[in-house]
Design a protein around this ligand. Structure first.
Ligand code: GLN
Length: 302
């Protein structure tokens, strides 16, 4: 991968703007100058620049992987339970698909609360354990949960509780609303660094096989479904703009992480906490633009 990440980081660093998320204390106190990038080819070769080994909570960048685990655990039935259409609305919009009562797609909060609930587990603890094991398989190393973040997400996520109750009332969420929000909150609180998140993206880009460990984490069909929905819904109400400029399926998150999956080529992750008004990392978007241009990653032409 012919790109000078130090130079790219120096260019991105000059770009100011955006504000860190303030929904929970751990995010509000994030270092706005944190900036790290990792690329992992589908051959498993990695390169990193900047603060690529600093841990942060994965937040919504976990959503593609929750969708993948739900698809794998339900043998694809998750596709009947959650829509796959972009909403053009904010990530936490309190709205379900009209007619079906399903969440609109797995990349917004309603959908991710549902996909977390679809992961198998006899109890809330078992489900969360299974999610953590699955995410670790994607990352190729054991991941852990930031317990304080998990608790704050659970306690302060009023809109997420509202969404879970709404899905209960529609009959689309089978487990208790509280268990579903707890599973989702714990998943958002999993700690990763850019290196781990890039391997997770690379696993999707490589058709479900982790290119570092060689393990088949999910089937190629599941990986394809997940990357397709990242392409249309991964950046919420900024998905159209993202696809036009970067042209690579991706998922944004309020911690300022962006994970990218360019099928057959590479996975990548950028971390930089200041966000634009749609919850996308400002520098993350810029770094992705530069990477796409320098490596010719745009899906629809140079
Ligand atoms: N934990 C956050 C929430 O549910 C995740 C949102 C995000 O990263 N966009 O509010």
């Amino acid at each position: 991968m012919d790109v000078d990440l130090d130079e790219l980081i120096a260019r991105v660093r000059t770009h100011r703007g955006g504000a860190v998320d303030e929904s929970i204390p751990a995010l509000a106190s994030a270092d706005p100058d944190l900036l790290g990038v990792t690329l992992v080819g589908v051959d498993g070769v990695a390169s990193s620049g900047g603060d690529a080994d600093v841990l942060f909570s994965v937040q919504s960048a976990v959503k593609p992987f929750l969708f993948a685990l739900a698809l794998a655990d339900t043998d694809g039935d998750a596709l009947d339970r959650v829509g796959i259409e972009p909403t053009g609305e904010a990530f936490d919009a309190v709205k379900l698909e009209s007619g079906t009562g399903r969440p609109p797609n797995p990349m917004v909060n309603a959908g991710a609360i549902l996909t977390a609930a679809l992961v198998h587990g006899g109890s809330a603890d078992e489900r969360s354990e299974r999610i953590l094991r699955g995410l670790s398989a994607f990352a190729g190393r054991p991941l852990s949960v930031d317990e304080e973040v998990a608790e704050d997400e659970h306690l302060l996520g009023d809109r997420n509780h509202a969404l879970a109750h709404l899905m209960r009332s529609e009959g689309t969420l089978a487990i208790s609303a509280d268990d579903a929000v707890a599973a989702y909150a714990r998943a958002c609180a999993v700690l990763v660094d850019a290196e781990a998140l890039a391997v997770m993206g690379a696993t999707l880009a490589a058709g479900g096989r982790n290119p570092v460990t060689g393990d088949l984490v999910v089937s190629p069909a599941v990986a394809r479904d997940v990357v397709s929905v990242m392409a249309t819904c991964g950046v919420y109400d900024g998905s159209g703009r993202w696809m036009r400029s970067v042209g690579v399926p991706a998922k944004s998150s309020v911690s300022g992480a962006v994970v990218l999956a360019a099928p057959g080529v590479l996975g990548a992750a950028v971390i930089s906490p200041p966000l634009d008004e749609r919850g996308t990392s400002v520098r993350g978007h810029m770094a992705a633009d530069l990477l796409s241009a320098e490596l010719g990653l745009h899906s629809f032409g140079a």
